[in-house]
Design a protein around this ligand. Sequence first.
Ligand code: EPS
Length: 391
Amino acid sequence: MPEVFRFLTAGESHGECLTTVIDGVPAGLALTDAHINEDLARRQRGYGRGGRMKIERDQVHISAGVRWGLTLGSPITLTIANRDWENWKGTMSPGPPEPGAATKEVTRPRPGHADLAGAMKYGHHDIRNVLERSSARETTARVAAAAVAKRLLAEFGITILSHVVGIGAVRVSPDLDLTWDDIRQRAEASEVRCADSAVETEMIAAIDDAKAKGDTLGGVFEVVALGCPVGLGSYVQWDRRLDGRIAQALCSIQAIKGVEFGLGFETARRSGSQVHDEILFDPAGGFRRTTNNAGGLEGGVTNGQPVIVRAAMKPLSTLRTPLRSVDLRTREAVEAVVERSDVSAVPAAGIVGEAMMALALVTPFLEKFGGDSIDEIRRNFQAYQDALKSW
Ligand code: EPS
C-alpha cells in the first residue's frame, strides 16, 4: 500500500530548479506561498553556511493542486528556482553541450561523500553526475513538501520545533530547564539555532576555528513534535512502528549518522526502574506521566507526550584542507576535490529534521483520521477525542 501522503523530489543542485509533487493532501487545507517560504528561508540560515546561500533566495512557485488559497485534494506541484542556474546553464544543460561550455568535471572523490560509491554504481566517470543530486540542496524540495504536511498537522494542534544541542565537541547541558516555547523562541533568534546563549558563543567559536583550519564540523539537533494525540503509529506490524518510521525519515537526511528517542542511548546504561515513565491517573486530567524518557513513543505508538528525537550529523565531507583520494581517470594518489560548500550545516539540518518529522507523522495521522477533506478529518479526529474521554 502506498503512503497516504506521498511525495517525490527532483532537481540537481546547480540545475534549473527543484521540484516536488505531493499526492494525498486532503481538500480544503488553507495553503499559500507564505506558509512554504517561511520554512525555506529558515533552512537557508545558520552560522557556518557557505557562499551559495548568499546567492539563493528560495521561493516556492505553486503550479498545481491549490486554488484560491485552498488545496483541491489533487496532487500539488511545488517548484523552487535555483538562482545559481544562471551561472551553470552550459555546464548543467539538458541538451548537448554548447561549444566552449565549462564541463566542471570532477574526478577526485571526497571521502565521506556519495562520490565514489555513486560513480561506481551508476557507471559515471564524471562525479558531477553524482554530487549534483546527492547534494543536500535537495532538502529544499523536502522542506517545501513538509511545509504542506506541517500546515495539515497544525490544523489539529500538532506543531514541530527544533534546536541545535551540539556542534563539534560543544554541547548544551541535558538539564537545560526551559519550556518548549522558550526553546523555540531562543532557537529562532540564535545564529546556530541554540537555545543556550553561552553555548551558542562557544559553538560559533568552534565553527570559526574549523573554518580557519579548512575543516568542517557536525553536531546534534533535537526535533520535538508537540500535540500528537495518543495512537499514531502501531505495534502490530514492523513498518507501522512510528519510531522506526521517524528514524528512517531522519536518517535519510544527507550526513545524518545516528538517531535517538527521548533518553536514547543513555537508556542502555540505566536499569529499568531508572528509565520507564511511571503511569499516574487523576479523574480531572486522566492518565499522565511525570517524566518522558521514552520520548513520546511506547511500542511504536505515540502516548500523548511530546515526541522527542535527536539526530547526529557528521562533519560535511567537502574539506578545504582535503583528505587523500584517488583520481578516477589516472588512478593516481591525489587530494579530494574542493567544491564550494558549508563549514557546518547543523542549524539548517535541524529545519530539515522538522520537515522529515512532519513527513513521518502525516501518513500515520491520515491513516488514523483520514478523509478526503479537512472537514471530514476534523469529524473523525473529534469523534476519537470524544471516545477517549469516556474510555
Ligand atoms: C546547499 C547544501 C550544500 C551546499 C550547497 C547548497 O550542498 P552539499 O550537500 O552539496 O555540500 O554546499 O551549495 C553548493 C552546492 C554551492 O555550490 O555552494 C543547500 O542546502 O542549499
